[in-house]
Design a protein around this ligand. Structure first.
Ligand code: ADP
Ligand code: MG
Length: 698
């Protein structure tokens, strides 16, 4: 069977060299097995034929039967298209082609009865179907066609006649070549326990479903297996890492922690903060290296958790490092930490790219001799000449801003890797986290500090500025501070986006009674710092900025966030920006300003932002709008989600099930050497191109 699966696709009758080249280039189908695992992306019920008079623009794919009255070519260049007026006894509808016009004209003739299949939509006020599947009616046996699979194909394939139907034909040939059942790929005990459809039936059903119930079962079985193999891989990897990697043991909580807790802690910790600190405390005394992801929405108080974690390190004689993605944030952490730690006798230092000369040399020396307890830094810490005396704990703030490689470089600062806590407010949906960071332990702060009012989010069009400024006036009169965020720094020929420089000039004039600060990425660090300081102290009441303030910046008195050209920002960015307000006890506002014309995606983003302040909901929505491949952080992590059938967002329940199963199996049989797991061991070995090397994720 193995050799059958691995046979080159060009040997399949009906393929040949030209088509095999196409299949390889366009769909990465090289072998029989690749084709078998090329599953339909949807199914359509082709047993029903609609009369044209009942067709409307919101229908899914439908089937019509009738004749072409006439053809018409209209439009020029990109709008050039071929329209066929298609009619049955009940009405007329337009079929439209933008490409392959010559081919269509050669193949289709007026007066012949055709079966048309496609998705109706409304264009220019008329209902039409563009690029339909179309066949002579006498060639189609309507009654025998039930659920029809659709395979995704590319333009290039379609031009060579390799459309969905042709792929289905190939599938028929291929499956027809195998008379005996395909061997089962999962151990019998798993198939039985989870009531799964056998592999053979699942494969045959997925390509040629007879009814909806069997189709659902087949899909479940194949998704289950796909996700299970991934989770099994992660579980094996994690268990091996935990067995092999030694970590520092922080066996006590000492004076630094206790003194801070009883004298300096400015508020009560939330229960979520307490729980996470306990989880970290537990991890760091097991003797294994901690590798923990801390997720907590913006404003949930992750910094305090980081601080107390670092105090535990200090209590055990280790140094700690807090890494921030921007200088602004590093400086803010540094000044906050100094405030919090006042009088405890801890030596905290700041190291960024703009700290140079004598001061830098002194800090480097004090890091190396161990007199610095806590270092707050940016990527500057990754440089080779930065060496620690005894680095025991690294906290990486806003981890999505760091590349994988940068994160992994922290490991090489020691022979024994330090404990690592990565913090993020870009909530990775649970299902994605399980797949992406399967080997990281995940902690969650799922509770905001008490007394916070949810930020009220409004979407406003840019023609209503007067109202907006009047509102800002009222907030300023109440003593509040305001952010204005712009997508660009300077005017650009290429785009008509609002820019910060013009915005700053305008706002200075419009709100002349107050001082206005400005920060952006191109400013000198010292200027940036001075401007930030001015805003933080309340001396300036308006801060005009680019997205440099997106992460971390904490000014509780700021209560309004105005985002210009909000349509230009992604959901997670908008959510981060919104997180800059709502940090004090007052009602805060986030105002998303856009033009009137918006793309569908931009409009959905505005709707989601105004509907919810829950970061997890937003992340889920983001995933749905963009697909996991685009999610921030997943691209740079280099892990391709080439899932063949499962869907990370939609199949959360299955992921949960298979993860538990995988963990149990690995706990009992880490090497998969028991006879009942033989098939699993084989499956894991066969996972081509799927090395989930998560070792360097953190
Ligand atoms: P983030 O999780 O976004 O990094 P921060 O750590 O910046 O959030 O905390 C947001 C704000 O909440 C800060 O002003 C911080 O002082 C405050 N804060 C944190 N924890 C608590 C708490 N338990 N009670 C009250 N305020 C808190
Ligand atoms: Mg933060």
């Amino acid at each position: 069977m193995q050799s059958f699966f691995e046979r080159d696709i060009k040997y399949l009758p009906g393929v040949g060299p030209a088509r095999s080249k196409l299949l390889g280039e366009e769909l990465k189908i090289f072998t029989f097995k690749d084709l078998i695992e090329f599953y339909p992306y949807k199914y359509v019920d082709r047993s029903k034929v609609y009369p044209i008079c009942q067709v409307h623009g919101d229908m899914p794919y439908i089937q019509l039967c009738g004749t072409i009255l006439s053809f018409e070519e209209i439009g020029v260049q990109r709008a050039h298209r071929l329209v066929a007026h298609f009619s049955d006894d009940t009405g007329v509808i337009d079929l439209v082609w933008f490409k392959g016009i010559k081919y269509v004209l050669e193949r289709l003739k007026p007066g012949v009865e055709y079966v048309v299949f496609g998705k109706p939509s409304v264009f220019g006020g008329r209902i039409n179907i563009s690029h339909p599947d179309i066949d002579p009616a006498d060639k189609v046996e309507l009654s025998s066609m039930g659920l029809c699979p659709s395979y995704s194909t590319t333009e290039k394939m379609k031009k060579s006649g390799l459309n969905s139907r042709a792929v289905s034909k190939l599938m028929e040939t291929l499956l027809g070549m195998v008379a005996e059942p395909f061997p089962e790929t999962l151990p019998q005990w798993i198939v039985a326990r989870y009531g799964l459809m056998p592999y053979d039936a699942a494969i045959r059903t997925i390509h040629f479903p007879t009814d909806n119930v069997r189709l659902k079962n087949a899909q479940y079985r194949l998704k289950f297996e796909e996700l299970f193999q991934i989770q099994l891989n992660i579980a094996r990897y994690t268990s091996e890492r935990k067995r092999k990697l030694k970590g520092f043991v922080f066996d006590k909580v000492g004076d630094f922690f206790n003194d801070f807790y009883s004298h300096n802690l400015p508020y009560q910790l939330t229960n979520a903060q307490k729980r996470v600190i306990k989880e970290i405390r537990y991890d760091t005394c097991t003797g294994a290296q901690m590798n923990r992801l801390l997720q907590g929405d913006v404003g949930s108080g992750k910094t305090m958790v980081a601080l107390m974690t670092m105090l535990i390190a200090a209590d055990n004689g280790f140094q700690a490092c807090l890494m921030a993605p921007t200088e602004i944030l590093a400086e803010q952490h540094f000044s906050n930490l100094n405030g919090y730690l006042d009088g405890l006798g801890l030596h905290v230092e700041l190291l960024t790219g703009s700290i140079k000369g004598k001061r830098r040399e002194r800090i480097l020396a004090e890091l190396a001799d161990g007199s610095v307890h806590i270092l707050v830094s940016t990527h500057a810490v990754l440089e080779e000449n930065v060496n620690f005396y005894r680095l025991g704990m690294v906290v990486i703030d806003e981890q999505h801003r760091f590349g994988v490689e940068q994160r992994s470089r922290m490991w090489t600062k020691n022979t024994t890797p330090p404990h690592i806590l990565v913090m993020t407010a870009t909530p990775i949906p649970r299902t994605l986290a399980m797949t992406l960071y399967g080997d990281l332990d995940v902690s969650q702060i799922d509770e905001l500090p008490p007394g916070r009012k949810p930020v009220m989010t409004l979407h406003r069009y840019d023609r209503n500025y007067n109202e907006l400024y009047a509102f800002v006036d009222r907030e300023l009169d109440k003593g509040r501070q305001i952010y204005f965020v712009f997508p660009l720094i300077t005017e650009s020929e290429k785009s008509d986006l609002k820019n910060l420089e013009d915005g700053y000039a305008f706002l200075c004039e419009r709100f002349a009674r107050f001082k206005v600060s400005m920060v952006h990425g191109k400013m000198k660090p010292a200027d940036k710092d001075a401007q930030m300081q001015m805003f933080k102290s309340g001396e300036s009441r308006i801060l005009v900025a680019t997205t440099v303030i997106e992460v971390g910046v904490d000014v509780p008195n700021a209560s309004v966030m105005v985002i210009e050209n909000a349509e230009r920002f992604g959901l997670s960015q908008l959510h981060q920006l919104r997180g800059r307000v709502g940090r004090g006890a007052d009602q805060s506002y986030c105002i998303l300003v856009t033009g009137v014309k918006l793309t569908d995606i931009a409009r959905s983003r505005m709707e989601i932002m105004t509907a919810t302040t829950d970061g997890f909901e937003i992340a889920e929505a983001d995933l749905k709008l963009r697909g996991p491949g685009d999610l921030e952080g997943t691209q740079q992590s280099g892990i391709a989600f080439d899932l063949k059938i499962a869907n990370i967002t939609k199949d959360a329940q299955i992921i949960q099930t298979v993860r538990e199963l995988a963990c149990r199996i690995v706990a009992d049989d880490p090497e998969l050497s028991l006879p009942e797991n033989a098939l699993l061991a084989q499956g894991q070995r066969a996972r081509r191109n799927r090395v989930f090397d998560l070792s360097f994720i953190s």
